[in-house]
Structure formats: structure tokens, C-alpha cells
Design a protein around this ligand. Structure first.
Ligand SMILES: [Zn+2]
Ligand SMILES: [Zn+2]
Length: 244
């Protein structure tokens, strides 16, 4: 069993970091944290842990403690992967579905926010979705920088926390709606969309400070859990509760 775990881990390490897709990262985080997370967290708990990391990042930005940005980005990304894994969502293509190289509200790149009509919602983006193939997280970040070149760090960090709250609300509603007879098939997709928005804002923050999110995640989690230093996490909950 142990050798299987290590061989899977070795295989994932063999993927060039700059080439890793979000789906590759979901597999990496599944290897490191799936057992641990399944044993101690419900989905709402995972969202709380994401909120904790995103808030740590936002407070760092607001107070000028910019050394918090890299760990905040890495940990927030990790919890986002954990939520996607728990809910069996594959985000690699979903980020392109919602951001098909153009802004979803004006269908332009770079975004022309003056033309946004929030009441009308998102544009019909089907014509932009043809021939899309999954891209590396690095390419996703570059694509978002091209759509939103004027993002500002504080706004992006605040927006990240808003998106985390929206993940929580979407999950809350999904859990209550799915048992109702008037099932709305789109309810679950709201969780997917909000998780995409979280990844989008992690990329936005990284773009604002000219950091590479993929590299930060690799440097933090590339050889396993940074807490217990194991390829498959064995951190105690008391360690996690007292962290920071
Ligand atoms: Zn726009
Ligand atoms: Zn650990």
C-alpha cells in the first residue's frame, strides 16, 4: 500500500510544474490530503478552512504584510482543490468554460468593464468555447492577466474572500435544495462557478504581485504536506487548529 502511495506521488512529481493543469493539482492534493480530509472534514469545514486562508491573505494585504501573500495563495489554492475533489468537480476545463479567453460579462479581452450589464448577467460565450483544450494553471493565470490587466491587489484580495463566501452560500443552498421535488439542476453548478471564481482571483492576486501561482504551489506542496513533511498528510487536528 505504501509503495503504491509513493509511486503515485512520484508520478505526479514527474509532471513539469509549469505544465501542471488544475486537474493535475487536484490529483496531487488528493494524494496528499484525501484520507486526512475525508476523516476530519465535512464540505462546509473545508470551506471554512479556505475562508481562513483567504482571510489570512486579505489581512496581510490590508496591513502591508506582503510576506503573507505566498503562503496565503498556496494554502487557499490547496483548500480549493480539496473542495473540488470532495464534490467530484474537475476544474481544469471549467475555468475555460467560464473564462474562455474573454471576460464573461463583456465577451472581450481585455475586459471593457464600462460595457458590463450585471443585470443582463453573463454573455453567451459558446462561440468562444469551440476548440478549447485544457491548459496549464500557468496558462490559465496568463490568460486571466490578458483579460484583466488592470486588477488591483487590495480589490483582488477582497474579491477573493467574497468568492469564498459565495462558495459557502452555494454549498449551503445545494445541500437543502437537492432533496426538494422542484430540483434545480443548475444549483450544483453554482458551486462549480464560485470555485472557478476563487481560482480566478487567486490568479489575479498572483498577477498583481507578478508571482507565478503554479510555482508557489509547487514550492509549498511539491514534496508533500508542508506541515508534517509527509507525502500523505499525517498532521494532527490540534496542530491544524493552532496553526498561525
Ligand atoms: Zn468585462
Ligand atoms: Zn500534514
Amino acid at each position: 500500500m505504501l509503495s503504491t502511495v509513493f509511486s503515485v506521488h512520484f508520478y505526479e512529481r514527474s509532471v513539469m510544474s509549469s505544465m501542471r493543469t488544475i486537474d493535475d493539482y487536484q490529483k496531487l492534493f488528493n494524494t496528499i490530503y484525501c484520507v486526512h480530509n475525508d476523516r476530519i472534514y465535512e464540505t462546509p469545514d473545508l470551506i471554512i478552512m479556505l475562508a481562513r486562508s483567504a482571510t489570512y491573505l486579505l489581512k496581510g494585504v490590508r496591513k502591508g504584510k506582503l510576506e503573507r501573500i505566498q503562503p496565503g495563495l498556496a494554502e487557499s489554492f490547496g483548500w480549493t482543490m480539496a473542495i473540488a475533489n470532495r464534490e467530484h468537480i474537475s476544474l481544469g476545463m471549467k475555468i475555460l468554460h467560464y473564462f474562455p479567453h474573454v471576460c464573461p460579462y463583456c465577451a472581450k479581452a481585455p475586459c471593457d468593464s464600462n460595457s458590463h450589464n450585471r443585470a443582463a448577467g453573463r454573455k453567451d460565450l459558446d462561440s468562444f468555447r469551440k476548440d478549447l483544450v485544457v491548459e496549464s494553471l500557468n496558462a490559465n493565470q496568463t490568460m486571466l492577466a490578458a483579460i484583466y490587466p488592470e486588477n488591483v491587489l487590495v480589490d483582488s484580495a477582497q474579491h477573493l474572500v467574497e468568492e469564498v463566501v459565495e462558495v459557502s452560500i452555494a454549498d449551503f443552498i445545494n445541500r437543502r435544495m437537492h432533496s426538494l421535488p422542484e430540483l434545480d439542476q443548475n444549483i450544483f453548478e453554482h458551486i462549480v462557478l464560485e470555485l472557478v471564481d476563487v481560482v480566478g482571483h487567486l490568479c489575479a492576486i498572483a498577477n498583481c504581485v507578478e508571482l507565478n501561482l503554479s510555482e508557489i504551489v509547487d514550492n509549498t506542496f511539491g514534496i508533500g504536506c508542508p506541515g508534517c513533511k509527509k507525502p500523505v498528510c499525517e498532521c494532527s487536528f490540534s496542530y491544524i487548529a493552532e496553526y498561525r
